[in-house]
Design a protein around this ligand. Structure first.
Ligand SMILES: [Zn+2]
Length: 314
């Protein structure tokens, strides 16, 4: 069995009992800064603002109440925003530990933004969860998964500030690509932490070896999803279903594609009414891939999605 469930209980709390404030504080105390959002996100963004884009700050992620620093939340939008053009939203780093979501978004801004800004209004939020990026974390400091909190009156500032930014910038959105990864730590750390926090049994699923997409079952657009898989297949391998025909516990609807009811789950991918929406899942822990290939998979997905939006093919 690949990525077997842990054999020891999660080190915080009592199995079967949901966490309270003390357990959440104990969890937060175990988290450490392991890389720099300034060095790896802010500096590269400021150094390479596209000619047809402008960099702006859409908010401050402020955790002073927990004794943590504040982080600038940055985005890049089309300088020339026209009402008669379709609008594209790209989000990365909702889960801060999913490196290629952030670095892929930065790479796309640097290499592809200008080319597409002639044809579409572009808004890219490359790192919604800077604290999660620095601590290589799925949750925010309140032990909440931001990617379950895209809803009205969200208790997660990462989600609330991103939703406010999009609502302010965009009259409507035609395409949304949300950049994620599925990693071995989902099974070794984050899944067990969630089970412990909620006082529930661990929901264990084998981690798929390869890239896949998660669409919204309320607007599946299977031809769109298929076009993206075909484009990404040229740069990295696509995950196969397990022996049950599932990917990560969900029936695979078509090669490399699963669907979730995203809005009821509070997922970022359903934060707009865009006709086309998809969530990438890159697998960086595969022996068959490299960081460069994972970043490329994210870049190719965004570019192919825009091409499909504009022309109906990739
Ligand atoms: Zn994710």
């Amino acid at each position: 069995m690949k990525n077997p469930p842990p054999t020891t209980p999660y080190p915080i709390g009592t199995p079967g009992t949901p966490w309270g404030d003390a357990e959440r504080a104990a969890w937060l105390a175990r988290q450490a800064l392991r890389r720099s959002h300034d060095d790896e996100v802010v500096v590269p963004l400021r150094a390479r603002v596209p000619a047809r884009g402008e960099l702006f700050q859409y908010g401050v992620l402020d955790y002073a109440r927990l004794g943590l620093r504040a982080y600038p939340l940055l985005a890049v939008r089309s300088r020339d925003w026209r009402a008669d053009r379709p609008t594209v939203l790209v989000t990365g780093g909702v889960h801060g530990y999913e490196t290629s979501g952030v670095q892929g978004a930065l790479q796309w801004i640097a290499s592809e933004f200008d080319r597409h800004a002639e044809r579409a209004n572009l808004l890219v939020l490359p790192c919604l969860s800077p604290w999660g990026y620095e601590t290589i974390n799925r949750w925010n400091p309140d032990a909440l998964d931001p990617n379950r909190q895209f809803r009205a009156d969200s208790p997660a500032a990462e989600a609330a500030l991103a939703m406010a930014c999009v609502a302010t910038q965009c009259a409507s959105v035609d395409l949304h690509v949300d950049l994620h990864e599925t990693t071995d730590t989902d099974n070794s750390e984050f899944g067990p932490a969630k089970a412990a926090r909620d006082g529930k049994p661990l929901a264990w699923h084998e981690i798929p070896d390869g890239y896949y997409l998660c669409g919204d079952s309320a607007r599946p657009e299977p031809d769109f999803q298929r076009a993206l898989i075909d484009a990404v297949r040229r740069v990295t391998h696509i995950a196969d279903a397990d022996e049950h025909g599932h990917l990560i516990g969900t029936p695979m609807a078509q090669p490399g594609i699963i669907y979730y009811a995203q809005r009821p789950l509070g997922l970022c991918g359903a934060m707009t009414d865009a006709r086309f929406t998809t969530t990438t899942e890159v697998y960086p822990d595969s022996p068959r891939t490299t960081p460069a290939e994972c970043h490329a998979a994210q870049v190719v997905t965004v570019t192919a999605a825009i091409e499909y939006l504009l022309t109906g093919r990739t």
